[in-house]
Design a protein around this ligand. Structure first.
Ligand SMILES: C[S@@+](CC[C@H](N)C(=O)[O-])C[C@H]1O[C@@H](n2cnc3c(N)ncnc32)[C@H](O)[C@@H]1O
Length: 283
């Protein structure tokens, strides 16, 4: 890689990604600007404005840009590696735009759609039920055309496909991840190996890189705003402050019996039961 690891780089995602070698990164996590439009969306949405870019461009142009970034990410991620892409369903003049529209035009295999239940969100008009969900797409780079890949350990998989945690509030950035989100992903995918590099091409306040550092991994972040880059660097320097969040999340990744053990004992592995203690504890 021409670029040094454990850095936050100020620049355009695609330009910087182009400088990274093929198949050199273990895991990607990101949340791009959503192209929300900045007009007629209510005061809360209007307030989510980034420092250096407009979040209101022609939708076809936006989707083409996203496809380019997604394919560049595909090139730099190692075969067998993953990219977790956070986005949401949007509407414009009554037309629904679902992220799968452009994800299916990329090289990635879509391995799962995770619902992120934020419990709170900006749109407080009655055109639809209050949309408090976002989506996280687990994208996978196959080895030898095998789209299935390696199984997750039971202790991670039992966290279910619905993730419930509120958005981050104590942060100067307009749309940061809560720290638990990248922590859950990195710990589930890279485990306790402490070897590997995690990238976020739209790193904002640096949450993905902070989680990577706290879990013992190398990282690389990119953002177009020099102000956010400075904030991210500061946050990562003070990473020790955030250790508690990571330890708490790691504590949720456990099972008393693995899927294999349950199968061998002919015990229930899937359906909800009142006395299914593992499920209840994890909710
Ligand atoms: C949704 S925010 C990411 C927030 C991040 N997940 C966090 O935890 O703070 C999207 C970020 O993309 C950045 N951005 C917008 N256009 C970009 C581009 N072309 N290249 C790199 N970064 C860009 C914005 O400055 C913003 O910080």
């Amino acid at each position: 890689m021409k670029i040094k690891k454990n850095k936050i780089i100020c620049g355009d995602a695609i330009d910087i990604l182009k400088q990274i070698e093929d198949n050199s990164i273990d895991l990607g996590i990101t949340s791009p600007p959503y192209n929300k439009g900045e007009k007629n969306k209510g005061w809360l949405v209007k307030n989510v404005k980034y420092q250096n870019n407009s979040d209101a461009i022609n939708e076809n142009v936006y989707q083409d840009q996203q496809i380019k970034v997604l394919n560049e990410m595909y090139r730099v991620i190692k075969p067998g590696g993953s990219f977790f892409y956070n986005h949401k369903i949007r509407w414009d003049k009554g037309r629904m735009y679902h992220p799968i529209e452009w994800l299916n035009k990329t090289k990635w295999a879509v391995r799962q759609e995770i619902i992120w239940d934020r419990m709170i969100a900006a749109n407080i008009r009655g055109w639809r039920y209050w949309q408090v969900d976002e989506r996280i797409y687990w994208l996978y780079k196959p080895i030898d055309n095998n789209l299935i890949g390696k199984e997750l350990e039971s202790k991670h998989a039992l966290l279910t496909s619905i993730w419930r945690f509120p958005p981050e509030r104590k942060n100067g950035h307009p749309a940061p991840f809560p720290l638990v989100l990248p922590t859950r992903i990195i710990y589930s995918i890279l485990g306790d190996t402490k070897a590997g590099i995690v990238i976020d091409p739209y790193v904002g306040s640096g949450t993905t890189c902070l989680a990577a550092k706290l879990l013992g991994f190398d990282y690389l972040g990119i953002d177009i705003s020099s102000e956010y880059v400075k904030d991210a660097e500061k946050k990562i320097k003070n990473s020790e402050k955030y250790k508690g969040v990571v330890e708490e999340e790691k504590g949720l990744h456990y099972v008393e019996k693995t899927f294999q053990e349950r199968k061998k004992n002919r015990e229930n592995t899937g359906k909800f039961r009142e006395n299914n203690e593992t499920q209840v504890k994890l909710l």
